[in-house]
Design a binder for this molecule. Sequence first.
Ligand SMILES: Nc1nc(=O)c2c([nH]1)NC[C@@H]1CN(c3ccc(C(=O)N[C@@H](CCC(=O)O)C(=O)O)cc3)CN21
Ligand SMILES: O=c1ccn([C@H]2C[C@H](O)[C@@H](COP(=O)(O)O)O2)c(=O)[nH]1
Length: 301
Amino acid sequence: MKDLHINPAIFDSESGEYERALAFVLANGIESEDRTNIGTISQFGLRMSFDLAKAFPLVTTKKLHLKSIIHELIWMLNGYTNVGYLQANDVTIWDEWASESGELGPVYGKQWRRWAGKPEIHAHEDEARENSKLFTVEASPIDQIANVIKEIREFPNSRRLVVSAWNPADIPAMALAPCHVMFQFYVRNGELSCQLYQRSGDMFLGIPFNIASYALLTHIIAFITGLKVGKFIHIIGDAHIYSNHIEQVKEQLTRAPKAYPQLSINRITRDVVTDPAQMRFEDFKFEGYDPHPAIKGEVAV
Ligand SMILES: Nc1nc(=O)c2c([nH]1)NC[C@@H]1CN(c3ccc(C(=O)N[C@@H](CCC(=O)O)C(=O)O)cc3)CN21
Ligand SMILES: O=c1ccn([C@H]2C[C@H](O)[C@@H](COP(=O)(O)O)O2)c(=O)[nH]1
């Protein structure tokens, strides 16, 4: 691309990991048709790594709407799948996919907190004969978030600290198949790291949100389990830039990354919060976020 001017500071900036990935897709992306009919340029198999112990990876080359990111995460952690909570907090990022009643189907919140368990058949011998019902089928839901917290506490070296949103039986009922599909925690030296597998990533709009969201999730789980934060590693399958975001991306890449902000979680005592759903918007304090101005882009539906 002849007209490509990438700010050289991007290549050696500690806070330029996202911008390097963005520049890579811009320079090497393969033109592709896609489900939305917008068209993309795409690369497969991207990896970014962020050192959460140093700073909070909130992209600085355009201003991000932090409020949407924090509320979306609280919404998922509460197991919600209806945009009602988001709309009540002026967050509109899921509106395009919601039904008239605001439903999205069994998306992240449901899979994280209430994955449908394996049905168990119970025979009720005496009672059942009386009301002519011989069996009942019960499926207790699986709370993957509570389970992973318990596992981190009891077996921090476990290699099974995994949460999955990819539930093939439920995908047909979801408004959108999960994009951030599976994450795994890793504990060493009192530090909690997280690695995410994202099957599909909208590099301009979605990915800056996803990075911040998982960095925040790692902070929350570390806070609750009494650990420090380590790294966030982000793996993306189909990493794409939509054709109607190319100009915005070029503009963004002329900018020099600035230092990332710091996050502190304000709670008098950690013991108050035992479930991440109890975290409130006001608990998070970001200091030193001084981004370049926002850049608008249309979301592909
Ligand atoms: N094409 C596409 N890209 C996505 O990133 C995406 C989807 N679809 N569908 C589901 C969710 C919704 N997400 C979204 C949707 C919109 C914005 C967005 O418009 N962001 C603007 C404004 C943010 C705001 O109003 O809070 C931005 O400038 O970042 C971001 C993420 C992420 N996901
Ligand atoms: O958290 C999210 C959610 C969605 N996206 C993007 C990735 C794609 O551009 C679309 C989803 O379309 P599919 O055809 O289902 O892949 O949404 C994201 O980047 N982050």
